[in-house]
Design a binder for this molecule. Sequence first.
Ligand code: PA5
Length: 447
Amino acid sequence: MEKIKLDISRVYDFISADEINDLANETTTAQRTLYKGDGDGKDFLGWLNLPSAITDQQLAEIESAVSGLKKKTELLVVVGIGGSYLGARAVNNALTHNFAHLNKQQKAPHMLFAGHNIGEDYMHEMLELLDDYSYAIVVISKSGTTTEPAIAFRILKDHLVEKVGKEEAGERIIAVTDSSKGALRQLADKEGYRSFVIPDDVGGRFSIFTPVGLIPLAICGVDIRQLVEGAREMSKRCDPGTHFENNPAAIYAATRNALYRSGKKIEILVNYHNKLHYLSEWWKQLFGESEGKEGKGIYPASVDNSTDLHSMGQYIQEGERILFETVISVEQTDHQMTIPRDAANLDQLNYLATKNIDLVNKMAELGTILAHLDGGVPNIRISIPRLNAYYLGQLLYFFENACGISGYMLGINPFNQPGVEAYKKNMFALLEKPGFETETAQIKSRL
Ligand code: PA5
């Protein structure tokens, strides 16, 4: 089986190989902290060995639990926010037909999302649509108390009950939450929903290989065994027994920290495949929420190329020189299509006739990498052989592992998110939530 490849040779105009190798000891120390489990956030390291800990029996149980829903529904609404939905969205988007919502060949339910925003129009329009389709709901919240998904679920479950009756609605709702705590756990137990547990020691953004990712993906027809198999393969490559220079997660962590220390404060994840848009969204949460603390952290940004070369390309080429790029390159497309010859050639494209569209894409990628290097933007490249569940499993685990190492190199706790509470406190105060009376008085004096 081929592997994901990491190429850091195009950072050497900016930081030397020696500067990266000088971080080998620091990287290995951070990695040791991660694997020994004696650093900050040590209670949230369950994801580290998750791929090898998941048994085939557990995967079979997930597949059999969802097989009924897979057959009888056209749509699956995944209700969740942040780490409770981005992993499923990233993988589903990468592996689903671009026009699945209109594709009559589509057999598995189409995945929709709710509870990841507070959009009144969004909910209204979703209910209009759901009136006309058979659907199921997977509601995901580790805390079981997050406002956005709680609002969406309250509305959706009422809609489903009205549409198919209480008993059938109960069959079509799956809850993924804590084993004992939180409002969603209580609700699931009271209503008798089938439920799956998010392990205590796995935080939301590291939860793709738990039921958080696996349940919705299995319903929508993704090969979750291949996804997990890819993660297992990558977890072997990232094992601390592997020497620094052969360990992709360690090299990536060291390289991005060396670039950060040289003044490159923003990392842009770049793709040349439109199906990777949500992979970038997942990656931004993973690194942003893990590293952005105590006035530190590489700011994670993303672009979808070549689309964004016509919007953000100017800034990346010539704006402030605080950027570096990590390009995800998909080596082989699933389909082949050539550019036709045209007798009149009025569009002057015959020089491309009979060439594959992807060749043009690859030359855009290579040309951009070189242009950005000339413009002062170092480049890391991650090549994946194809876009399938196996390689996505490798890629997701690679980023998780590198994020744990990189966070410890920055000297922060990569596994908490204290800053997320600030907006919630103000929102609850403004909404006059019981228990927030003092904050309500304070915040009103600032308006
Ligand atoms: O990574 C995280 O922990 C967060 O992004 C959470 O996943 C997100 O805030 C949703 O939380 P919950 O699953 O408790 O509803």
